[in-house]
Design a protein around this ligand. Structure first.
Ligand SMILES: Nc1ncnc2c1ncn2[C@@H]1O[C@H](COP(=O)(O)OP(=O)(O)OP(=O)(O)O)[C@@H](O)[C@H]1O
Length: 267
């Protein structure tokens, strides 16, 4: 059997300038400026409805900006010769096609070996000929990842891709996404409601509030990150405090810490 490998793809750098998006008289994003380095992993959090998905859709070119623009490696999005892939909470697989065919959707020529290679990368080599209905939710998301990887994207946009998974599967998938990112070095924007996930995976955590970047927090912890370590917990709490508009912990006189652990899903 021939061994097909998937070439690592360098990430694209993004520059957002004065980016605004209005729907009717509702301003969702307002004069946003943001620089994302090639190959950076950026996690985006914020309250429901703050505009996280809108930001991703603008970067994907699925929405047009009301003002400002997004540039990729210095060029306007529509002239950029790079591949962007989006992944959502549901895998969006075609139920009447096999796993392998779903991975090769839209491709022509001899794509099968490459599809098998990316399925092996996501740990599904043995499932190529199954139907999507025969897979678990986590496995379906792995297929969605494989379907993105086969295009060797320079930019991966993840819109709450693990939101419907149970806690253990979620952690396994986080580890898989981190490993694939380390191997391929594409740029990643991950929208998540889970602050722990954002701190576990992001080089930076961005908080969107009132249409702007309210917090842009570097995560200087070595990978793979140990959840529950003091440094991890401190960063997690900092983001949560800000999202929940709690006073700065250093300014709180009483000794009892605010019990934020149970609230990490509450955004
Ligand atoms: N096509 C659209 N037409 C009109 N309003 C829209 C459209 N898309 C989004 N909005 C509005 O823009 C706001 C931001 O939506 P968006 O989906 O970006 O938020 P979000 O932060 O991703 O939310 P959630 O975390 O709940 O998914 C919401 O008030 C939403 O109703």
């Amino acid at each position: 059997m021939t061994q097909t490998t998937v070439t690592p793809s360098a990430g694209v750098a993004l520059t957002l300038r004065n980016l605004s998006k209005r729907f009717g008289d509702q301003t969702v994003l307002q004069a946003l400026d943001l620089d994302i380095r090639a190959g950076e992993f950026v996690a985006v959090v914020g309250r429901s409805g703050c505009g996280k998905s809108t930001l991703l859709r603008l970067i994907a070119g699925l929405e047009s900006a009301s003002t400002g623009d997004v540039r990729a490696d210095g060029s306007p999005l529509d002239t950029g010769h790079f591949d962007t892939r989006l992944m959502f909470q549901d895998a969006r697989l075609l139920p009447w096609k096999s796993v392998l065919q779903n991975v090769g959707l839209g491709l022509s020529g001899a794509w099968q070996d490459k599809a098998r290679a990316v399925l092996a990368e996501v740990g599904l080599a043995e499932h190529a000929h199954k139907w999507p209905s025969q897979l678990s939710g986590g496995q379906r998301q792995r297929v969605a990842l494989a379907r993105a990887l086969i295009h060797e994207p320079q930019l991966l946009l993840l819109d709450e891709p693990l939101g419907a998974l149970d806690a253990l599967t979620r952690i396994e998938m986080q580890q898989l996404i981190e490993r694939l990112w380390q191997q391929h070095r594409f740029t990643v924007l991950l929208v998540t409601h889970d602050v722990e996930e954002a701190v576990a995976l992001g080089d930076r955590v961005l908080l969107i509030e009132e249409g702007r970047v309210g917090l842009d927090l570097p995560v200087p912890l070595p990978r793979s990150r140990v959840r529950g370590s003091a440094g991890f917990a401190a960063l997690e709490e900092r983001v949560l405090s800000r999202v929940l508009a709690l006073p700065d912990r250093e300014a709180i006189p009483e000794p009892e810490p605010v019990a934020l652990g149970a609230l990490r899903w509450a955004l």
